[in-house]
Design a protein around this ligand. Structure first.
Ligand code: VGL
Ligand code: ZN
Length: 212
């Protein structure tokens, strides 16, 4: 049996991309993505500090397959910063798809980090864009506020949750992924790769039910 965790004043819940486009019916739907919403709503009530992220791309973003003639979604291309999977157009700034799902109810969230707003750089992680050198500012924000342990839930487990967790560890934060409050996209073995990476990076795992 897992021990119960009562989050304290140094803990923060990071809810990754709970947006329409990542839920069933959306442009980049994560299977059962909307199933995490009631869980994250409940979890948020257990935390004094909650931060949300919002994937927020300009139209014509370089991560969109539609921006590359002759390419289709899930093709992988080389960009100046490395390999990039091409996605369907999603989370375009101010679109319905980019809006938070109406099942999300976290009135106390203290900060919303928008990411992916540079046209030529994708951003999975809440901390660094995919060039691995452009910071979002979240690391400084959390540190300055004395928050030391980050619990992560949301979408998608194998992309934005994974890279946010890795970067949080690289920043020296303690990290727990609440795996049953996440859902993955599943491109090849991306979900297994995320789990392996969590082991390598000392990212902890906890069930939502253990947090009260
Ligand atoms: C995401 C792919 C592209 C995510 C965002 O939220 O995991 N994945 N943009
Ligand atoms: Zn995106």
């Amino acid at each position: 049996m897992t021990e119960t965790i009562h989050p304290g004043s140094g803990d923060v819940l990071l809810v990754v991309d709970p947006q329409n486009d990542f839920c069933p019916g959306g442009a980049l739907a994560v299977p059962s993505g909307d199933a995490v919403l009631p869980m994250v709503n409940r979890l948020a009530e257990c935390f004094e500090h909650v931060v949300l992220t919002q994937d927020w791309h300009p139209g014509g973003h370089l991560s969109f397959a539609s921006s590359h003639l002759g390419h289709k979604p899930y093709d992988v291309i080389a960009l100046p910063y490395g390999e990039q999977i091409l996605w369907p157009d999603h989370c375009v700034q101010e679109s319905f798809g980019a809006a938070f799902h109406r099942g999300l109810h976290i009135p106390r969230a203290e900060l919303i980090i928008r990411k992916g707003h540079h046209r030529a750089i994708d951003s999975y992680s809440a901390f660094y864009e995919n060039d691995r050198r452009t910071p979002t500012g979240l690391g400084g924000y959390l540190r300055e506020r004395g928050l030391t342990r980050i619990f992560i839930a949301g979408l998608a487990f194998d992309y934005c949750v994974r890279f946010s967790a890795e970067d949080a560890r690289n920043h020296g934060f303690a990290v727990m992924v609440i795996e049953d409050a996440c859902r993955g996209i599943g491109v090849g073995d991306s979900i297994a790769a995320a789990r392996r990476s969590f082991t390598d990076h000392n990212v902890g795992s906890v069930h939502a039910g253990a947090i009260r």
